[in-house]
Design a protein around this ligand. Structure first.
Ligand code: ADP
Length: 159
């Protein structure tokens, strides 16, 4: 099997999306693309996890607002797997400033805000590895064959 099929990324469905009832549509975007879900859970984020997760913006003036927003409602954490999944999911997610995000992307179709931008997605393979570990214990990630892979990938990509 092509080891690249095991690449993993983390997606968080943010409080605005939970409040607006967008969860199902967001999951559908990744499902219909052909990605494999291997982990899913609802969680209320604590201060320490948020500080670690958003360490790269911790000294920005908007960080306290982001932290309050991210703790205002539980989030859904998901782990998705597939070939080049990190880059693919970032493209499906769209750019940070949602009202300028490309139509067809999740942020482009569902949001208007920079802070309330519906989803988080890991931005590099290295960060994805760290983030998946941050949000999922080993036994919360599942390994299984997805029969549709025969139709989602060409033989050369699967083997
Ligand atoms: P992304 O989520 O697209 O990878 P960043 O890592 O730069 O973007 O920022 C993390 C999150 O912080 C963003 O998704 C957004 O919710 C929030 N954020 C970023 N920039 C701003 C800003 N200028 N004002 C308010 N919130 C922001």
């Amino acid at each position: 099997m092509n080891e690249g099929l095991n690449e993993k990324t983390l997606v968080l469905v943010k409080p605005d999306a939970i409040q607006r009832g967008l969860l199902g549509q967001i999951i559908s975007r990744f499902e219909i693309k052909g990605l494999k879900m291997i982990g899913l859970k609802m969680m209320t984020l604590d201060e320490a996890t948020l500080r670690e997760h958003y360490a790269h913006i911790a000294d920005k003036p908007f960080f306290p607002g982001v932290a309050r927003f991210m703790r205002s409602t539980p989030v859904i954490a998901m782990c998705w797997e597939g070939l080049d999944v990190v880059e693919t999911v970032r493209r499906i997610t769209g750019i940070t400033k949602a009202r300028e995000a490309e139509a067809g992307s999740i942020r482009g179709d569902f949001a208007m805000s920079v802070s309330c931008n519906v989803v988080h997605a890991s931005d590099s393979v290295e960060n994805a590895e760290r983030e998946v570990k941050r949000f999922f214990k080993q036994d919360e990630l599942h390994s299984y064959d997805k029969s549709e892979y025969v139709h989602v990938y060409g033989e050369d990509e699967r083997t």
